[in-house]
Every structure is written in structure tokens, then in C-alpha cells.
Ligand binder design. Structure first.
Ligand code: FAD
Length: 301
């Protein structure tokens, strides 16, 4: 299973894609899927409706990945704007398409993601319910979101942790942590989970900030909590694309090394639908099939 693969950590990274909006991006993205697939990620996740993205595209891309590549797709799924019956139909489509694993999320209101959350009248209020729904319909592995700084709607860290534990109690097998550039924040969450007796794999996200556009994405993903040192390192380089890119990559490599040194087994790499930054990180951090070693060839007595 995927959770067993994450625990074994023979493959040291996963990679994230988003459904493409146009054919040119789709073609570039598919080349990235194939190139990164060759590096052996433990899974390839596909976002769902993130930033108003195309939700049917998630089912298509995840199913095509399952059908045409050796990659293990993980389809993100959110409860936004859909009844439980509609969500069940999406899960069935994924399972029929050969997708065995999902990341079960509540999602944010469309339009203004900071607007108060209103569940669909016949829908699900929280991600734990989606975990149960997915498992009941034959999904093999379910992951959930975790928040190193606490989810913005949580009143305090203890409540946030309790709700994260509730998602594991519902049957989730692993969590992907929201992007953070302060490794300490991630490690604190890992310690808190361990102290609560939870040993499920918790995978940190890594996104090299290689252009001002990616800095915008970073701000969105970190809920505006990108650290001031990151801005201080990058702001002077705004007019020099090459230097900006190098510094952004340097930050990601530093964070990646630190996480690995702290015993983190698997890193979740955001591709932004292109291969080169992920390839560079995998190379710098030595993540490609690192521990397959001689065990890759079965020994026949
Ligand atoms: P929940 O776990 O439901 O938590 C939301 C809030 O409710 C939290 O404050 C939590 O503490 C609280 N809570 C949880 N359970 C309960 C309960 N049973 N009772 C009462 N309160 C509860 N969004 C997209 O639209 N598409 C994506 O593809 C996508 N991918 C993501 C990937 C990752 C790794 C992460 C970290 C986030 C992703 N998101 C995505 C964003 C996510 O949908 C939002 O952050 C959303 O606000 C929270 O989702 P959740 O699954 O954590 O919700």
C-alpha cells in the first residue's frame, strides 16, 4: 500500500501536479509527468479545484497517470460545493480509472477562500467525513492535510491537533503538511503528533521559489506566513531573474537538507507542472531511488 511505501521510504520524494487549463500547458505537464516519473517518486498527487482549477481535469490526469505510467497517482478531493452523493460519484470514477489513493480535504469556499466555510446542504462539513466516504467506496490509501502553524480557522494549536488526530481516527494513513519555509514549524508539528502517539507518515512540502510568480504562489500556500528572511533574501534580486532563481533554489536545498538531517524520510515536491526544478532538487538532495540499491533485483535462491 501507499502507506507501507511511505513508511519503507525506499523512494524519498513525491511530486505534485495541477490539472492544466490549456492544451499547451497540458502537453508540457505530461512531459513533466513522464520525466519526473523516471526519477521514481513514491506518488504523484494531482490537486483538485485549487485556485478555481478544473475538477474534471483532476480525475482525467490522475486516471491517465494510473493508466499510462508506472507512477502511483494520489487524487486530491475536496468537499467544496458538492453533495455527498456527488462526491461519492467522483470517488467511484477515480477508483474505476485505476486511482487507488486520494488526499481527502475540506477545501475552501470558491471565490474568496477566506470567506466563512459553508458546507453544501447535502455535503460534508469536514475532511474526516471525506476520509470515511473514500474508504467506504474502495479507496485504498487516504491522506489528509496537516498545518504546521495550525489551520487559520483553528482557535488554538491543541484544537487543531485534535482535529488532525480525528482525521487519522477516521482512517487516514498519512498527511501532507502545508508548505512552510521554517523547518522548525514542521518539526514542532511532527513532535506534537508523535507525543500524541501518532506515528503516521507526515510529509513536508518543498517549493523552490525560483521566480517572483512562484513567490506569489508561496504566499497563497503558506497563508501569508512566508518568513521575513525569505523575503529579505529574495527581494534584492527581483530585477535579476538568474540570481533570484539561484537563491530560491538554494533556500529549497537548505530546507531539504535540514529536513533530511532531522530524519524526514520523504519530501513532497511541488512541480508547478514543470520538471526542471524538481529534477534539480532531486539531484541536489540525492532523492532518486536512493535506497533501492541492490534490493531492486529480486534474489532467487
Ligand atoms: P479540515 O480538516 O476539515 O479542517 C478545516 C478546519 O476545521 C480546521 O480549522 C480544523 O481544525 C477544523 N476541523 C477539522 N475537523 C473538524 C471536525 N470534525 N469538527 C470541527 N472542526 C473540525 N485545497 C483545494 O481546494 N484543492 C487542493 O487540491 C488542495 N490541496 C491541498 C494539499 C495540502 C497538502 C494542503 C495542506 C492543503 C490543500 N488544500 C487544497 C487546501 C485545503 O483545502 C484548505 O487548507 C482547507 O481550508 C482545509 O482543508 P482540510 O482538509 O484541512 O479541512
Amino acid at each position: 500500500t501507499l502507506v507501507e511505501d511511505l513508511r519503507a521510504a525506499r523512494r524519498r520524494f513525491s511530486v505534485e501536479f495541477s490539472p492544466a487549463h490549456d492544451e499547451a500547458t497540458a502537453a508540457r505537464q505530461w512531459r513533466a509527468v513522464e520525466r519526473l516519473g523516471a526519477l521514481g517518486p513514491v506518488f504523484a498527487s494531482v490537486t483538485y479545484g485549487a485556485g478555481g482549477g478544473d475538477r474534471a481535469g483532476t480525475v482525467e490526469l490522475a486516471s491517465r497517470t494510473a493508466r499510462e505510467t508506472p507512477l502511483r497517482p494520489v487524487a486530491h478531493l475536496t468537499a467544496v460545493g458538492q453533495s455527498a452523493a456527488q462526491l461519492a460519484a467522483v470517488v467511484d470514477e477515480l477508483v474505476e480509472g485505476g486511482v487507488r489513493d486520494v488526499l481527502a480535504l475540506r477545501g475552501d469556499p470558491h471565490g474568496d477562500p477566506r470567506a466563512p466555510w459553508e458546507p453544501h446542504p447535502e455535503g460534508l462539513a469536514h475532511a474526516d467525513q471525506l476520509v470515511r466516504l473514500a474508504l467506504a467506496r474502495g479507496v485504498e490509501g487516504v491522506g489528509v492535510a496537516a498545518f504546521p502553524l495550525g489551520h487559520p480557522e483553528s482557535p488554538d494549536a491543541d484544537t487543531d491537533l485534535r482535529h488532525l488526530l480525528g482525521k487519522f481516527a477516521a482512517g487516514a494513513g498519512f498527511a501532507i503538511a502545508q508548505l512552510t519555509y521554517d523547518v522548525e514549524d514542521f518539526l514542532r508539528l511532527r513532535d506534537r503528533l508523535a507525543a500524541a502517539g501518532c506515528d503516521a507518515p507526515l510529509v513536508p512540502g518543498l517549493l523552490p521559489v525560483t521566480s517572483p510568480r512562484v513567490l506569489e504562489v508561496t504566499r497563497r500556500l503558506t497563508d501569508g506566513h512566508e518568513p521575513s528572511w525569505l523575503n529579505q533574501r529574495l527581494a534584492p534580486l527581483l530585477d535579476d531573474r538568474g540570481a533570484f532563481r539561484e537563491e530560491g533554489m538554494r533556500v529549497a536545498v537548505e530546507d531539504g537538507r535540514r529536513l533530511l538531517a532531522e530524519g524526514v524520510e520523504v519530501l513532497h515536491l511541488y512541480s508547478l507542472n514543470a520538471a526542471s526544478n524538481v529534477e534539480a532538487l532531486v539531484g541536489e538532495l540525492g532523492l532518486a531511488d536512493a535506497r533501492e540499491g541492490t534490493c531492486r533485483t529480486p534474489v532467487v535462491p
